[in-house]
Design a protein around this ligand. Structure first.
Ligand code: HEM
Length: 412
């Protein structure tokens, strides 16, 4: 990828970089059924020679919202009700559909999530996506926008609602066991990493906002390019030390990779480390699973559970007392943009909330369309009627047939 990014781990096709990957659910807490209808996290930590790069993605290419400010409310509506503690997927569906039906930009995500993509058959048959738009910067300092895709070697395979529901009762750890047993028996899970690239000057020429996390980029205009592959061939040895204590963050980047001005990503960049200082403690980056394999000298010596072996009285730079060391790493190429305009704080409202949701519906096979509608109706029929009506309005905006079929299923 040398023409596009100076990230050292992406220069030479022969380079092998150790990774740690965590798959996760979003709504379900730890211990919940693996086959619940839910987006899956696909979080990858690359231990590169320049420090850690985290690609914290999901198994669906878009997200519910485009504005980071909405995230806490979104999560509250998805998580168990604050009074009864009853999870959304049981009987508290109204809280989920209440928020979603008042958030029209979520319609595209709903068209993905409520297809059988929401119940992967195996982590080995699940796609992954970076979702947000990032920037790659090459050695000459030229920047491009980039979107990431993981393609499973075994192809995409999902469970239908009935099989997923049955497994939640009979084998709730189905996906974890599948991956663990495959690797324990000498097998592998393999995914190819692909990217879409866009010249920065083309950002405003599209009929959608390429920095909007509720949108995909058309693959005929922005073709997928192969970058490399990840191979998962080693299970953790201590679940708590490694999997539980792993901390991934979209803010963990290496030279040659930057966040874009995507307004969801900008919130993510600081939010993950915030929660990790609380969840794991201020020195969570010193835990073996989180620590870069590249040496680190950052002059930070305090905080609970400090285990660094720093020496001497000089923990600042610039200095003369320690001969000017450690000194700042040489600045690699960074992107430069001229920004002009007004800065304010207001809700992001765009006109094109529904077009890609309709495209997605029409791209599905007949059987996948049937399953999408069946999955939506099965969940939405447990929500209050005004929410059902608002959702039908959104589905009609996306595709009149989709809206009509959901309305029919709900007897509206
Ligand atoms: C403004 C939007 C978002 C915010 C504020 C946010 C925040 C968070 C936070 C605080 C965590 C917990 C981190 C931890 O305890 O280690 C988390 C986990 C996660 N988020 Fe987000 N998130 C957002 C959007 C997204 C999007 C768009 C994706 C998909 C690309 C995503 C994927 C994930 C994944 C995969 C995890 C679990 C990672 C792991 O295994 O540790 N999030 N998110």
């Amino acid at each position: 990828m040398a023409p596009y990014t100076c990230a050292k781990f992406l220069q030479d096709p022969e380079t092998q970089t150790p990774v740690f990957v965590r798959f996760s659910t979003v709504v379900g807490a730890r211990g919940s059924a693996d086959t619940a209808h839910d987006p899956r996290g696909f979080a990858v930590k690359f231990y590169t020679e320049e420090g850690n790069y985290d690609l914290v993605g999901n198994n669906l290419p878009v997200f519910f919202i485009r504005d980071a400010l909405k995230f806490p409310d979104m999560v509250h509506s998805f998580k168990p009700a604050p009074d009864s503690n009853i999870p959304t997927s049981s009987s508290a569906n109204s809280r989920f559909w209440d928020f979603i039906s008042l958030t029209p930009e979520s319609t595209h995500m709903i068209a993905w999530l409520f297809s059988d993509r929401g119940t992967p058959k195996s982590y080995r048959t699940m796609e992954g996506f970076g979702v947000n738009t990032y920037k790659w910067i090459n050695a000459a300092g030229e920047a491009r926008y980039v979107k990431y895709h993981w393609k499973p070697k075994l192809g995409v395979q999902s469970l239908d609602r009935h099989k997923a529901t049955a497994l939640a009762g009979t084998d709730p750890d189905y996906l974890t066991r599948d991956l663990w047993d495959t690797i324990a028996n000498g097998g592998e899970a393999e995914y190819e990493l692909k990217v879409q690239l866009m010249d920065i000057v083309d950002e405003l020429k599209q009929d959608f906002d390429p920095l909007d996390a509720t949108k995909t980029w058309p693959e005929d205009t922005f073709p997928l390019m192969s970058v490399g592959k990840i191979v998962l061939n080693r299970n953790p040895e201590n679940y708590f030390a490694e999997t539980e204590q792993a901390a991934f963050s979209p803010g963990a980047i290496v030279p040659g990779i930057e966040p874009s001005a995507d307004k969801l990503l900008q919130g993510r960049v600081f939010s993950y480390a915030d929660t990790q200082r609380h969840r794991l403690g201020p020195n969570y980056l010193q835990l073996a699973i989180n620590s870069p394999h590249a040496p680190v000298e950052n002059d930070q010596r305090d905080g609970a559970m400090q285990s660094g072996s720093f020496r001497g009285a000089v923990n600042y730079e610039p200095n003369t007392l320690a001969g000017g060391t450690p000194e700042a790493a040489p600045a690699g190429p960074t992107s430069m943009e001229r920004i002009e305009g007004d800065v304010t704080r207001r809700k992001i409202s765009l006109k094109n909330d529904f077009a890609q949701a309709g495209d997605r519906y029409r791209s599905l096979s007949t059987i996948d369309q049937d399953h999408l509608i069946d999955n939506i109706v099965d969940s939405l029929e447990k929500a209050d009627k005004p929410m059902q009506e608002r959702m039908v309005d959104h589905f009609i905006e996306a595709d009149s047939e989709l809206g009509a079929r959901v309305a029919q299923g709900l007897h509206l």
